[in-house]
Design a binder for this molecule. Structure first.
Ligand code: SF4
Length: 640
C-alpha cells in the first residue's frame, strides 16, 4: 500500500464536552494533512447526543421504558413518560436554540411554559438573590442572575436544565452509565484489571451502545478509511472507544485501529493485557505525531514492527512495547489544527453554572490551540512532571502561533480561542499579544497560566488588549506552608496581587483549588478557605474549583513520598490501568467531610453569597477559628 491509498479517520469517542470539539482529532488531522496524508475526522460524542436527543431518539427511549416492568420506573421516568408528547415536540426546537440556529425561541423558553419541567428545575427554587435574600422584591428566582433583559441567557439555562432532565431519564431507564461529559467512567478509571471493561463489552449493547456503534459504522461507510485513530483523553471516553473499535473490527477486520490520548499516556504506561488488542492493533504513548508516522509506514509495509515508536503491539499473544527512540516532531512543525469535516454549527452551548467564568467551559465554540507543548515550570510535586505532556517543554514563535490563529479564523469563521496549555508561559503570551496587536487581529482568548509575578498590571492590560477575557491558574491549597511543600513557586500574597492585576484589567480569574494534600490539617483547611473568601471579597478571583488531591505514580509525591510525610499503599496487581496510588497520611484528617464544606462555600462565593460570614459556618461540626488575619489580602494588595 502507498501513502496515497492510506486514508486515516480520527474519531472523538464519547463522552467529551458538548459545546466544542475535543481538539485531538483537529490536531492529528491538521498534522497528517501537512504531511500529505489523506485524513478526516468525526465527533461521535456529538453525533451520539444529537441522535439520542432527537424526536426519534426519545421515541426509542420511551420504547425501552415501556418494555421494562412498570415497577422499575423511577419517579422522574414516570414524569417523563406522562409528559412525553411535550418532550417529543420540544426536543428538536430546544436543541436548535442551544446550537444557536433559532435564537428567537429564547422568548418562549424564558416564559417557562414552553419546555416541560422535570426535577432539575427544582434547583431554581434554591437560588438566592444576594440583594434580596428573602424574595421580598418580586418572585422571579432567576431575576438576580439574568436581570430583566437577559432573556437569551435565561432561556439557555432553562434549556440546559431540560436536557439534564432527559439525561437523568436516560440514566434511569436505558443506561445507568450515561452522563453528558463521561460515559461508563468507572470501568476505566484506575482499573488495574481489564476484567470489568471486558465484561461490559461482552454484555448486550444498551440503546446508547447500539446507537454509538451504528454511528461509527456510518462514519466508516462515509469516509472509507484504511486506518482509524481513536483518542481517549479521559477515563470517561474509554468504554465508548472500545465499543467503537468493537463495531469497526467486527464489520471491517481489515481496517487498522490505533488507540492513544491522555488516558493512555497517564494510565496505560505498563499495559500488559493482550485482550486490549482484540479491539486495537496498536496503542501509542505520549505526543501522537511521531508514533503515528511510524505506524502508518509499518502498515504500508515500509517499516518493520521492530522499528515502531512508543507503541504497544501484540505479538504471539503477548503485549510488547516497541520504541526505537526517534525524536518527536518539534512543536513548530506539527502543523495547524483543522476542524474541517466537523459540524461546527451543531455544537450546543450549555449554561449549567450561573457564573460568568464557569460558563466558558460549556458555552460557546472555542478553537482550541496550544501556545507551547508541556510546562515550562514542571516542578509541582503533585503533578505528572515525569511524563512527556508536562516535562517536554517546546514552544513555537509568536509569528508561528499568530499564523495558526489566522488560518483557524479563516477556516472556522470564529474568533474565540481557548489555549489549552498546562501553563502558558508569560513570555510567550506577551510576545503573542504583541504580534496579535501588530497584525490588528481581533480575537477573544482564555487559557491556563501560573500566577507568576511577571504578570504585572501592565502585562495584564496588554493581554486584555490582545483579546484575553479570562485566565485560570492553580492556587491549590491556599497555604504558604503547603505551597512550598508542593514546590508551586507562588505564595498566597503573590497570587492575590497577580489575580487582582488580571481582574483590574477586566479579565475573569478562575482558581484551581486543592484539598487533602499530604500533612494538610483541619486548621490548614479552614485557613485556606479564609484566604479564598478574602480573594473573592477583594475581587481578585471570580470562580474556582476544589479538587481532592490524588497521588499519581508519575508525580514527585508518588515517586518519593517520604519528604511529604506519607507512605504509599502497594498498587493492586493487574496489567491494565495504573495511575492513582493510595497513601497513608498520619494526620488522619477526614478530607471527605471537609471537602463537602469547601465545595458548598465556593459554590456560594461564586454567586456572591456568604462573603462576609465566618468560614466556620460552612463546616458540619466544630472546626477551629481561622488563623489568617482578617485583612490579609487587603494588606497584600496594598503592599503591591
Ligand atoms: S501543576 Fe501546572 S505549573 Fe505545576 S508543573 Fe504541573 S503543569 Fe506545571
Amino acid at each position: 500500500m502507498s501513502a496515497a491509498t492510506q486514508r486515516v479517520l480520527s474519531v472523538i469517542a464519547p463522552m467529551t464536552q458538548l459545546n466544542t470539539p475535543y481538539p485531538s482529532t483537529a490536531y492529528l488531522t491538521g498534522f497528517l494533512r501537512s504531511r500529505g496524508i489523506e485524513a478526516a475526522q468525526v465527533d461521535l460524542a456529538l453525533a451520539l447526543v444529537l441522535e439520542l436527543f432527537s424526536p426519534a431518539g426519545l421515541q426509542a427511549v420511551r420504547e425501552r421504558i415501556h418494555a421494562a416492568p412498570v415497577a422499575e420506573r423511577t419517579p422522574r421516568v414516570r414524569a417523563f413518560d406522562a409528559a412525553f408528547d411535550r418532550y417529543h415536540a420540544t426536543v428538536a426546537p430546544a436543541l436548535a436554540f442551544l446550537q444557536g440556529r433559532d435564537p428567537t425561541l429564547a422568548h418562549r423558553i424564558a416564559t417557562r411554559s414552553f419546555l416541560p419541567e422535570g426535577p432539575r428545575f427544582a434547583a431554581l427554587d434554591v437560588y438566592v438573590d444576594p440583594d434580596d435574600p428573602h424574595g421580598e422584591h418580586g418572585g422571579d428566582p432567576l431575576a438576580w442572575a439574568f436581570g430583566a433583559l437577559g432573556q437569551h441567557d435565561r432561556a439557555q439555562h432553562l434549556a440546559t436544565l431540560y436536557l439534564n432532565d432527559i439525561a437523568d431519564v436516560l440514566r434511569d431507564a436505558v443506561d445507568p452509565r450515561f452522563e453528558f461529559v463521561r460515559y461508563a467512567e468507572s470501568l476505566a478509571m484506575s482499573q488495574p484489571s481489564f476484567e470489568p471493561l471486558a465484561a461490559a463489552l461482552a454484555a448486550p449493547p444498551t440503546l446508547v451502545d447500539s446507537t454509538l456503534q451504528r454511528l461509527a459504522l456510518q462514519a466508516v461507510a462515509a469516509q472509507r478509511p484504511t486506518v482509524v485513530l481513536v483518542s481517549v483523553p479521559f477515563p470517561g471516553t474509554v468504554y465508548g472507544a472500545f465499543r467503537v473499535a468493537q463495531a469497526i473490527k467486527a464489520a471491517h477486520p481489515d481496517i487498522r485501529i490505533a488507540l492513544g490520548g491522555g488516558f493512555v499516556n497517564t494510565e496505560l504506561r505498563q499495559l500488559a493485557e493482550p485482550r486490549v488488542f482484540d479491539y486495537f492493533d496498536a496503542v501509542t504513548l505520549d505526543a501522537g505525531e511521531r508514533p503515528l508516522l511510524a505506524l502508518l509506514e509499518h502498515w504500508r509495509g515500509r517499516r518493520s514492527a521492530a522499528r515502531l515508536v512508543r507503541s504497544f503491539v501484540r505479538e504471539d499473544g503477548a503485549v510488547r512495547y516497541v520504541d526505537i527512540g526517534e525524536a518527536d516532531v518539534p512543536f513548530a512543525e506539527v502543523g495547524t489544527p483543522t476542524w474541517d469535516g466537523l459540524p461546527l454549527a451543531s455544537y450546543p452551548s450549555l449554561l449549567d453554572m450561573l457564573n460568568p467564568m464557569h460558563r466558558l467551559w460549556s458555552d460557546g465554540r472555542w478553537n482550541k490551540l496550544t501556545v507551547a507543548h508541556g510546562c515550562y515550570w514542571k516542578k509541582c510535586s503533585f503533578c505528572d512532571v515525569s511524563l512527556d505532556y508536562i516535562s517536554r517543554y517546546d514552544a513555537a514563535s509568536a509569528e508561528t502561533l499568530a499564523d495558526r490563529i489566522e488560518a483557524i479564523v479563516a477556516e472556522t469563521g470564529q474568533t474565540g480561542f481557548h489555549f489549552v496549555d498546562e501553563a502558558a508561559p508569560p513570555k510567550s503570551l506577551k510576545a503573542l499579544a504583541a504580534e496579535l496587536q501588530r497584525r490588528s487581529l481581533t480575537i477573544s482568548w482564555w487559557g491556563n497560566i501560573r500566577f507568576e509575578k511577571s504578570f504585572t498590571p501592565a502585562l495584564c492590560r496588554q493581554l486584555a488588549d490582545s483579546g484575553c477575557i479570562a485566565i485560570s491558574g492553580g492556587l491549590e491549597v491556599a497555604s504558604d506552608r503547603l505551597l512550598e511543600l508542593m514546590n508551586k513557586g507562588v505564595s498566597v500574597a503573590q497570587v492575590a496581587r497577580v489575580t487582582k492585576a488580571f481582574s483590574d484589567a477586566g479579565i475573569l480569574v478562575h482558581a484551581y483549588l486543592m484539598y487533602g494534600f499530604p500533612t494538610q490539617t483541619v486548621q490548614d483547611t479552614v485557613d485556606a478557605l479564609e484566604y479564598v473568601r478574602q480573594l473573592f471579597e477583594a475581587g481578585c478571583i471570580q470562580s474556582g474549583f476544589f479538587h481532592r488531591f490524588a497521588c499519581t505514580v508519575h508525580s514527585p509525591v508518588g515517586k518519593n513520598p517520604e519528604p511529604f510525610g506519607v507512605t504509599l499503599r502497594p498498587l493492586p496487581p493487574g496489567d491494565f490501568a495504573r495511575n492513582d496510588v493510595g497513601f497513608v497520611d498520619p494526620t488522619g484528617v477526614d478530607h471527605d467531610a471537609l471537602g463537602a464544606a469547601l465545595k458548598k462555600a465556593l459554590y456560594n462565593y461564586m454567586h456572591g453569597i456568604g462573603l462576609q460570614d465566618d468560614v466556620r459556618g460552612w463546616f458540619e461540626g466544630r472546626v477551629p477559628r481561622s488563623g489568617v488575619p482578617r485583612r490579609f489580602v487587603e494588606r497584600a494588595l496594598a503592599g503591591a
